[in-house]
Design a protein around this ligand. Structure first.
Ligand SMILES: CC(=O)SCCNC(=O)CCNC(=O)[C@H](O)C(C)(C)COP(=O)(O)OP(=O)(O)OC[C@H]1O[C@@H](n2cnc3c(N)ncnc32)[C@H](O)[C@@H]1OP(=O)(O)O
Ligand SMILES: O=CC(=O)O
Ligand SMILES: [Mg+2]
Length: 717
């Protein structure tokens, strides 16, 4: 049994309590008494309303289930309006959020997401503001591994030449010369305050757009680096003729670094497994270290010991001989959990876990105060919180009230806390205008979390009929309408150059060539940011923002409102071939098991799991929601029987066991499936799927992970 500290009507686990007392509070202008009283007041004030909002979700779902399963004369739209599911639209308005950093307003660019519990990755994500274009080309499938240009075990100079060619070609696109090409450059120097590029034929050229050159480091005749700017994003040419790459480059360029992850979301939600105070404290401690700037970690990689800490800002001399500083780290946001979750890190007077979203809001902000004085993360003095999984404007208004109260308790000026609203539940998408209205003074982004949104689409209309195979969802009418409506609502409410209109995650972390080809579509559709799963993906996605200038695109977006097209429910007759059905179910089952086993038994909240075509897919709780709801839906409508699914689960568990055979921490699920808590969790997610609140996976995952941890603990006694 954990130790708890009593605060008002609540009990805070001592692990969390001591962390806040010993690590967070010193150096803040708040007393212990003030903050615990404040937390207690927040829980008193908001818990009951939180419960009521969840009850409303249930009531609505029940009525929707009844509507679909019993004949009704009422039109669907009219029915949804009568439920309050479709809200009456508020009058036109524009957002007025103040003190927003340029990364959120002006710089269109990639947004990296990272599980905050993973210190090594989180540091990497903060540092991913700058990425090596050369590494991105060298280390991924952007350049095919044709004979002679394989990656190999050691640096392959032939592949290196290909990388240099690609890098210099990008320079030609973004920074054309008055004459000739960067492909032929042999020297870069600063002459009379301008950039001079000497070519192989000894001619000396300038940039066609000289203002793109904004700074340099070192000697102007032989600079160490040159800073350029295009489409509001920086690029740094780094020179070193003694470096293995600089040696094979005619101009001595050792790397081209480009601004990559402009913003990073430190995730406490779907990519983590935080079921108790120890887990929550781990995440919060990393958030503290990131904002104080002293987070570090040491790890071993390929036989080397690596120490990782946060990158410093970069300073240059301008052509006018002044000094400029460019940020070395991504602007960091923190994603809290939604309104559903509870966590035993804090208990109420009945020993019941408290609402985790309330705790997250409070602790994220308390820790966020460490940046307000120093202004390292946010120069504008804002704390950025991403709020997921809200259903409709009443829930957004609830978050706004919560943020008001947190600001009051912590003595922060009104609207210090900024909100990023995940548009990822159907009731929010349909009423996005009203949702934004409720937070018009603090909103900094809307983002189409299409993964959760797809899960909600399936669950909401569970009773209606069998849904499309997963792979066909992308083309379905509702999804296209959802993406288009999100952008249009953002533009209509004044987001251009004021806030982010974000697009969703690229979920195939190794398929960078495909990403380079496809993800530009997010910009063409009007998004000024989009999610990437890794720093390398951020660097590659950043290239899109040089190709397309998003603010110009946004101005050309038409004013149609496709919102009502979202009501087209994605059901269809199931595939005729039994084999196609089995393939779909096997694929989903493999993803579920491969993800869940690591979640339950190792506490890993985000994994790459191969699909049945052996493509590694990023799996998190949102993709799990889709896969589990999908199979549940097909069972419900007789596309496949429960018995068949049970068999598939057993077969796929053996496949997943084989895939993990080299992991020394792995415990096989087969052949004794009953002993595997992970296997039981995966089964529950499917067979109890129709009754899970809005199809969420968290309740089952949390219960089973706590069970697994308790078993581990009792075995150590
Ligand atoms: C629906 C939604 O909510 S989407 C949002 C939630 N999803 C996410 O947050 C995705 C985050 N991404 C990840 O967790 C990982 O990239 C995974 C699980 C997809 C792949 O992880 P791995 O298989 O370990 O990646 P891989 O071996 O290719 O690369 C590891 C390296 O990349 C880095 N890396 C990978 N992902 C990230 C990331 N998101 N942020 C920072 N660094 C990262 C690691 O630090 C590591 O580098 P290092 O050895 O120098 O430390
Ligand atoms: O949070 C993102 C999503 O797609 O869901
Ligand atoms: Mg989501």
């Amino acid at each position: 049994m954990n130790d708890y500290h009593s605060i008002g009507n609540y009990y805070v686990d001592s692990v969390l309590y001591e962390f806040i007392e010993d690590e967070v509070l010193p150096s803040l202008p708040l007393s212990s008494n003030e903050i615990w009283k404040g937390l207690s007041e927040i829980l008193d004030h908001f818990s009951e309303k939180n419960e009521l909002l969840l009850q409303k979700r249930k009531d609505i779902q029940k009525k929707i289930d009844e509507y679909h399963s019993t004949p009704s004369n009422q039109g669907y739209q009219e029915f949804l309006a009568s439920l309050g599911y479709l809200e009456k639209q508020k009058p036109p308005f524009k957002i007025t959020t103040a003190n927003v950093d340029p990364e959120m307003k002006n710089q269109a660019g990639p947004q990296l997401v990272v599980p905050l519990t993973n210190r090594r990755f989180s540091l990497n994500a903060a540092n991913a503001r700058w990425g090596s274009l050369y590494d991105a080309y060298y280390g991924t499938d952007l350049i095919p591994e044709a004979p002679g240009i394989e990656k190999g075990d050691a640096y392959n100079p032939e592949r290196g030449k290909e990388v240099i060619k690609q890098g210099r070609s990008r320079l030609d696109e973004w920074f054309p010369l008055t004459k000739g090409s960067h492909l032929d450059s042999v020297r870069y120097a600063i002459v009379n305050g301008g950039l001079c590029i000497e070519l192989k034929d000894h001619s000396r050229e300038k940039l066609k757009f000289p203002d793109s050159f904004i700074g340099y480091q070192g000697d102007c005749r032989k600079p160490q680096s040159i800073l350029l700017k295009h489409h509001d994003l920086h690029i740094e040419l780094q020179f070193d003729r003694n470096h293995p790459i600089g040696q094979i480059d005619d101009a001595g360029i050792k790397d081209i670094q480009i601004e990559s992850a402009i913003t990073s979301i430190m995730d406490c939600e779907d990519s983590v497994a935080c079921v108790d105070a120890a887990d929550k404290t781990n995440a919060y401690r990393n958030w503290l270290g990131l904002l104080k700037g002293d987070l570090q970690t040491t790890f071993e990689k390929e036989g080397n010991v690596i120490k990782r800490s946060l990158q410093a800002d970069r300073t240059y001399r301008t052509p006018e001989d002044e000094q400029i500083t460019v940020k070395g780290r991504a602007l960091m946001l923190i994603r809290n959990v939604g309104h559903l979750m509870k966590n035993p890190a804090v208990l109420d007077s009945n020993n019941e876990p408290c609402f985790e979203g309330l705790l997250d809001g409070f602790v994220s902000s308390l820790i966020g105060m460490h940046d307000l004085e120093r202004k390292i993360n946010s120069k504008e003095g804002s704390i950025y919180i991403v709020k997921p999984k809200m259903h409709g404007s009443e829930e957004v208004a609830f978050t706004n009230e919560l943020f008001n109260k947190i600001e009051d308790v912590l003595g922060l000026p009104r609207y210090t806390l900024k909100i990023g609203v995940m548009d990822e539940e159907r009731r929010t998408s349909l009423n996005l205008h009203n949702c934004i209205y409720e937070v018009q003074n603090r909103i900094v982004f809307i983002n189409t979390g299409f993964l959760d949104r797809t899960g909600d689409e399936i669950h909401t209309s569970m009773e209606k009929g069998p849904v499309l195979p997963k792979g066909m969802m992308k083309e379905s009418v509702w999804l296209q309408a959802y993406e288009a409506a999100n952008v249009r609502t953002g533009i209509r409410t004044g987001f251009i150059k004021q806030a982010q209109i974000g697009k969703g995650m690229w979920a195939k972390p190794a398929k960078m060539k495909a990403m380079l080809k496809e993800k530009i579509g997010h910009l063409e559709a009007g998004g000024n940011t989009a999610w990437v799963p890794s720093p390398t993906a951020a660097t590659i996605h950043a290239m899109h923002y040089h190709e397309v200038y998003v603010p110009s695109i946004q101005k050309t977006i038409d004013e149609t409102d496709p919102t009502m097209d979202m009501l087209e429910i994605p059901i269809a007759a199931p595939p005729e071939s039994k084999e196609e059905i089995m393939q779909e179910v096997r694929n989903n089952a493999q993803g579920i098991l491969g993800y869940v086993v690591r979640w339950i038994e190792q506490g890993i909240g985000c994994s790459t799991v191969p699909d049945i075509h052996d493509t590694g897919l990023m799996e998190d709780r949102a993709t799990l929601r889709i896969s589990s709801q999908h199979i549940a839906n097909w069972i419900k409508h007789g596309v496949i029987s429960s018995e068949e699914v049970k068999e598939v689960l057993k077969q796929m568990a053996e496949v997943v066991d084989r895939q993990n055979k080299d992991d020394s921490n792995y415990r096989p699920m087969a052949p004794d499936f009953k002993q595997s808590i992970a296997f039981q969790a995966a089964s529950d997610l499917i067979f109890l799927g129709p009754n899970q609140p809005n199809g969420y996976t968290e309740p089952i995952l949390h219960e089973r992970r706590l069970q697994f941890k308790a078993n581990q603990f009792s075995q150590t006694l």
